[in-house]
Every structure is written in structure tokens, then in C-alpha cells.
Design a protein around this ligand. Sequence first.
Ligand SMILES: *[C@@H]1O[C@H](CO)[C@@H](O)[C@H](O)[C@H]1NC(C)=O
Ligand SMILES: *[C@@H]1O[C@H](CO)[C@@H](O)[C@H](O)[C@H]1NC(C)=O
Ligand SMILES: *[C@@H]1O[C@H](CO)[C@@H](O)[C@H](O)[C@H]1NC(C)=O
Ligand SMILES: *[C@@H]1O[C@H](CO)[C@@H](O)[C@H](O)[C@H]1NC(C)=O
Ligand SMILES: *[C@@H]1O[C@H](CO)[C@@H](O)[C@H](O)[C@H]1NC(C)=O
Ligand SMILES: *[C@@H]1O[C@H](CO)[C@@H](O)[C@H](O)[C@H]1NC(C)=O
Ligand SMILES: *[C@@H]1O[C@H](CO)[C@@H](O)[C@H](O)[C@H]1NC(C)=O
Length: 557
Amino acid sequence: MRAKISFTFIALTSLRLTACQQMPFDAREATIDSVHHALFSGLTTCRDVVSSFLARIEALNDRTNAIITLNPRALDQADVLDESLAAGNATGALFCVPVLLKDNFDTADMPTTAGSLALRNLRPTQDAPSVTALKNAGAVILGKANLHELALEGLSVSSLGGQTINPYDATRTPGGSSGGTGAAVAASFCVFGTGTDTVNSLRSPASANSLFSIRPTRGLVTTSGVVPVSYTQDTIGPIGRSVKDVAVALTVMASTGYDPTYNYSALIPPSMRDIDFAASLTTGTLKDLRLGVLKGFFSTSNSSEVTPVNTAMTTILQTLSSSGATLIPIDEEIYNATAIGAALDVQQYEIRELMDAYLQDPSRVGDIPRTYTDIYTRKSSTNESNNDFLVIPAQYSYVHTALTNSTSSETYIHRQHAIQNLSLSLASTFTRNNLDFLIYPEQKNLVVKLGSPSQAGRNGILAALTGSPVVALPAGFSEPTEEAPVGVPIGMEILGRPWSDEALLKTAWQIEQLMKVRRAPEWALESVEVKEYNAVPEVVPDRGNVDGVYPLGSLGV
Ligand SMILES: *[C@@H]1O[C@H](CO)[C@@H](O)[C@H](O)[C@H]1NC(C)=O
Ligand SMILES: *[C@@H]1O[C@H](CO)[C@@H](O)[C@H](O)[C@H]1NC(C)=O
Ligand SMILES: *[C@@H]1O[C@H](CO)[C@@H](O)[C@H](O)[C@H]1NC(C)=O
Ligand SMILES: *[C@@H]1O[C@H](CO)[C@@H](O)[C@H](O)[C@H]1NC(C)=O
Ligand SMILES: *[C@@H]1O[C@H](CO)[C@@H](O)[C@H](O)[C@H]1NC(C)=O
Ligand SMILES: *[C@@H]1O[C@H](CO)[C@@H](O)[C@H](O)[C@H]1NC(C)=O
Ligand SMILES: *[C@@H]1O[C@H](CO)[C@@H](O)[C@H](O)[C@H]1NC(C)=O
């Protein structure tokens, strides 16, 4: 897994540096491999790589409003890596790979806001273990991306970050809740980004931005140091422009292994310790693959928002079938994402206790609310007549339940039993039909328009409750229009049994090679001149675009 660069190679590199003009690094659609090729063949420096992404963010962020903060230490970190490079000591699978974190990951470099004005002063004194792992592998943390406030919906609107705009269609949301990461990765503001997923949040932004992501098996990557929502449902993972980048990033994030503060990690099978998920990405056949097609996760209506999804899925399924995969229709009534979510989702019962513990941890300093309830009741520290949070109307009942219920509610205990039953039903479906994976669209309809009440039609709940791994991958686009010059991206999910992450990524890689669906947003193909920065520029999120749309401090009572 470690990239070791020999001394002779570096010596040659230095010769080339003086012999020929350095080319500015082209960040557009860059991959981990393309960054490494440019660095290790002496075409560029780490400072130049980092500067090229900063220049894109500075020039283009107003098209999408994806960024909350840039890391003031990013260029210093690049200089340290350049010293290692010059010393012939460039190690780490992510050596000089620019990464954006969803702004619910702790790093001591920047505040953790979760998009909420109420948390704008929250300063972690420690990195989340997953962030430490990224840094130890050589990644440069460029900054933080916007998300739906506290990661509680899929519209990617927040009181601190405003509304993130879909880079493919400025009238639409970027999915969510990791929508800032999705938009930023689609626009080549970084090589890959991180996200969190309580119901849909690593997959909906991948689907809406023609990207790849993995929601790993629950337990594989510790969620410690990340703003919590649900112990049962939370996972964290990468979002990238290729399966390979996602696999390399997951390998690094999963290297945290067993974490005593995250007891699900005790379930990691010995065979999956220190696994290299990128090693198995090799050509193979789809011939023996048995895919269950979840009929209930498609919409049967015919409309301009639904038909493009069904058309794209039909094309994918036909291609998989003609490549030898066997498709098995699964029409069991239990696979109804709306019904499962309404009956079994447990986040409202878990969030308050987890948030209280997160906010009270002494490693988080600053003038912040110290309880979940305080977020919604404390007046602003700068404006005594103001509250500092945003709740969209569709979330009112969620917050009310969260403020009054807990894990000792009878409903919670009942739901946990039903989740065990659902997990058993899912395993039975796999076994009875001898399936490798399930396949279905991430969202039954196109990603919703700005100002919509919720991100309707998503199918993420099945994996979220059962802890199953899913890879999200591009499935197609709607027809191009004036608003969406390359069309609106459409994504699909491939779901495996728990701990099948490696096989899942391998199959996703083969499908990626076969279909080659991903395209960049039109404006993001614009080339941006690389600047010589003396310091990391400041980027201020545009929260003006939510003023008047969602009143701050409203709980709908
Ligand atoms: C090489 O880099 C590693 C990681 O940054 C560091 O721990 C080590 O001391 C370096 N070795 C040399 C010889 O510079
Ligand atoms: C696992 O951790 C959660 C959250 O801290 C806790 O509620 C639960 O009791 C723990 N379970 C076991 C078996 O340790
Ligand atoms: C969907 O609606 C369009 C326009 O009304 C129609 O032309 C098309 O035949 C319908 N398709 C199906 C599958 O019903
Ligand atoms: C799925 O469940 C929802 C909510 O319970 C219900 O309204 C809908 O009719 C169901 N869909 C199907 C196809 O049964
Ligand atoms: C404080 O908040 C209120 C309500 O949003 C607003 O009308 C007022 O202008 C704010 N005052 C300052 C000093 O920002
Ligand atoms: C749970 O929350 C709902 C919605 O706010 C409320 O009606 C109910 O009384 C609460 N249950 C308990 C046990 O507090
Ligand atoms: C468990 O699942 C089965 C089959 O999916 C269903 O028929 C049954 O009603 C469920 N039982 C409970 C207690 O949820």
C-alpha cells in the first residue's frame, strides 16, 4: 500500500526539474495516480498541486457554494511534503493528495461547524482518527465542505454555509447531506472528499454529481471524532471521481481498525484487518454475477423527473445482462424504502444523547452550546435576539421527537427489534436467490430542485439500518437542457452483505470500466490559471442565498 520512491528516481527527477520547464499542474479530473505521476516524474511540486486546487476553489466556488473554510495550513503542509520528496522520502498512499472534509469531521486545523452557526466557534483540539489516518498517509487537508445543517436532510442547506448548488444544474440541489463534498469533488476542487451517511448521505451526493462513493459496512471505519447523528446508522467514507480513488481512500480510512470507543469496530473480521481495497481492482468477468433487482426501489410513474432514472437504469441493466450477469427480479413487498424509513429509522431517538456527549467532550473548546437542546434554545452569542440554527419545515417533527424521546423510549426498543428482523429478511433474500449483490437507483427521481421541502425518493435506508455496504456509482444523465447542459446526473447503488466491501468495490470497478458514465460539469472543465500563493486564500460561504427562504431559529412552533 505504501508508495516508496527510490533515491535514484528522485535524483533523476531533480535533473529533469532543472532541465525542462515545469508545467502547471492541471487539477481537472485529477486522480491519486495522476497527482503521483506528476509529482514523481518531476513535472510539478506538492505546493503547485495544492495551489492548483486552491486556485480552482477561489475562481469557481461561487458557481456552487460548496466550501465553508479553507485550511490555513494547507500550503505549509505541502512544503513539508516537498521536503520529503526532495529527500527521496515520499511515502504514503495519499502522498500530497488534496482532500476536502465534510464539515462534521474534527480536525485541529479548523473549526467543526456541521454547517450550523450555533457551532461556528467549536474548535476541536484533536483530529478524528479517520483524519489522522488520511494525514499519516500524506493527504493534504484543503478545507471543509458544506453539508445539510447537522447532516439531518439531503438538501445541503445550512445556516452557516447557505445553499450548495448542483454543479450540473444550477436550479437543483446537490443531494445530501454531504452535498458540499459532492459538488466540490464533481468540480475538481479536490481529488476526493469525505462524507458521512446516516441514511443516504454518502450516496445521494454521489448520485447527484456523477461520482463514486462507498458506504462501508457498519464497523469498518470508526465514526469517532465526527459529529454524530445515530449510533445504529452512522458511517463515514470517501466520495471520488473513480472507484480506484475511493478504494485507496477507504483503505486508508479503514486502517484505523478497532477503536474501543466505537464498539461496532470489534466486529471487523480478522481477514479484513489491514486490507488493501485497491489491490483487487482487476479485470474479471461479470459472467457469474447474480444481481437482485429491487423492484420496489423504482418508481412506476412516468414523469420528466422519474422517466430519465428508469431509462438510465434499463440501459445499465441491459448492458450488465449482455455482459453475462444474471438479473433476478426481487419483488418482495418489504422492500419499500418509504415504508421502511417511516417505521424503523431510529436516529431521532439516538441523536440527543450522542450530541450531548460530543458537545461536552473537553477536547472540543470554544463558546458553544454544550447540549443538543441548547443548540435549539440558546440565543446567539453575537446577537441576543437571534437563534443560530436552521431547521427546514420537513424536519420539525424530527427535532421535536429528538428533543423529547431517547433510547429508553419503548418505540426505540421496538424499532431495534424490527431492524434485526429486517436484517434477517435481507439475508434471507440473498440466500434464497443465491445473490451476490442487490442493484437499484439511489433515487427514484432526479435530484430535487432548490427550495424543495425534502430530498424525496431516495433508497438509502435499507443499507443504513442493516449496516450493509453499498457502492454508489454513476448510471447516466437525463437529456441535456439549457439548465443542465450535460444533463442531470443519475446514480445507482450496489448493495452487498456485511463485510463484502472488497468484492463490492471490485464489481463496481468492473462496471465503471464497462460503462464509463462519469462526466464533469461543463463549467468545471474551464481551466484556471495556477497562482503563486503566499498564503491560503480565504473563501467565505454565501449564506445570503437562504435569507428569507428558511428563517433562522424557527422550530415551527
Ligand atoms: C521519511 O518520512 C517519514 C514520514 O514523514 C518520517 O517519519 C521519516 O523520519 C522520514 N525519513 C527521512 C530519512 O527523512
Ligand atoms: C456500544 O456503544 C454504544 C454507544 O456508546 C452503547 O450505547 C452500547 O451500550 C455499547 N454496547 C456494547 C455491547 O458495548
Ligand atoms: C410516458 O409519457 C410520455 C408523454 O406523456 C409518453 O409519450 C410515453 O409513451 C409514456 N411512457 C410510458 C412508458 O408510459
Ligand atoms: C410504500 O409505502 C408507502 C408508505 O407506507 C405507501 O404509501 C406506498 O403505497 C408503498 N408503495 C408500494 C408500491 O406499495
Ligand atoms: C439581530 O437579529 C435580529 C433578528 O434576526 C435582526 O433583526 C437584527 O438586525 C440583528 N442585529 C444585529 C446587530 O445583527
Ligand atoms: C416522543 O416524541 C413525540 C413527538 O415529539 C411525542 O409526541 C412523544 O410524547 C414522545 N415520547 C416520549 C416517550 O417522550
Ligand atoms: C419480520 O419480517 C417478516 C418478513 O419480512 C415479516 O413478515 C414479519 O412481520 C416481521 N416481524 C416483525 C416483528 O417485524
